[in-house]
Design a protein around this ligand. Sequence first.
Ligand code: SAM
Length: 282
Amino acid sequence: MENTNTTSALYVVATPLGNLDDITLRALATLRGAELIACEDTRHTRHLLDRHGIRAQLLAVHEHNESAAAEKLVAALREGRRVALVSDAGTPGISDPGARAVAAVRAAGFAVVPLPGPSAAVTALSASGLADARYLFAGFLPTKATARRAAIEELAAVPAALVFYEAPHRIEETVADLAALLEPGRTLVVARELTKLFEQIVAMPVAEGPAWLAADANRRRGEFVLIVSGPPPREGLDTATERVLKTLLAELPVKQAAKLAAEITGAAKNDLYRRALELKAV
Ligand code: SAM
């Protein structure tokens, strides 16, 4: 195992999103040297390990047992065992279990060594063709409609492309909400089944997203990353509105200042919120 001179450490290993060849040489060497591999679904990870002839004890770590499993990982590290952490696909801790185990291991005084590799968000971004300089990884949106719409409204004015994960049974409602709540000309990139047989990456104005999905049932199948380009350039605020916003911003958090400035001046809340974020960043 690499870095064994750092004594015991937890190796956080990224694994393929679909194509089993998408695994680094370093990941294979590390998993081969591991005595204990913490994973989400032991059958899923066994399939990957079998393909590479790797035998190791597996420990299931999921949402519901992560704290208890973290203690077992720490105990194994104390015994001097070589321990790795993987998830079902991609990078552990990214919309996946792992964060609590990593925190517990570090709190117990052991090093955490990340092995970079696939992550669906970065994979989709690399083929999106979007030129935004900034990206905000939003992960999964809330499943309840009201909370999901509130989350989209909160993100609408953020001056960055937005990256979401979505499951097939919610793809239509999520794309419908994005189309209803974001400026219609923003570009939506749908990245489906990345690295798999039916991989598909398409770009369209977000307003056209619902019709594109409705046109073919196959387009609603599989795993999805959705990326929406950043908001269009904002019209400048007039001097009086800008002064009100700056005055409120000196005393209040961004959201509250933008809301009150909208009530006082009648300017659009999204424009004020975006300008407030710019002013705060200076
Ligand atoms: N840890 C993973 C990563 O680093 O990307 C993400 C795990 S999260 C539980 C699973 C979600 O990631 C899926 O619902 C989908 O949104 C996205 N995803 C994973 N594999 C994908 C793929 N092959 N194509 C498109 N999206 C994928």
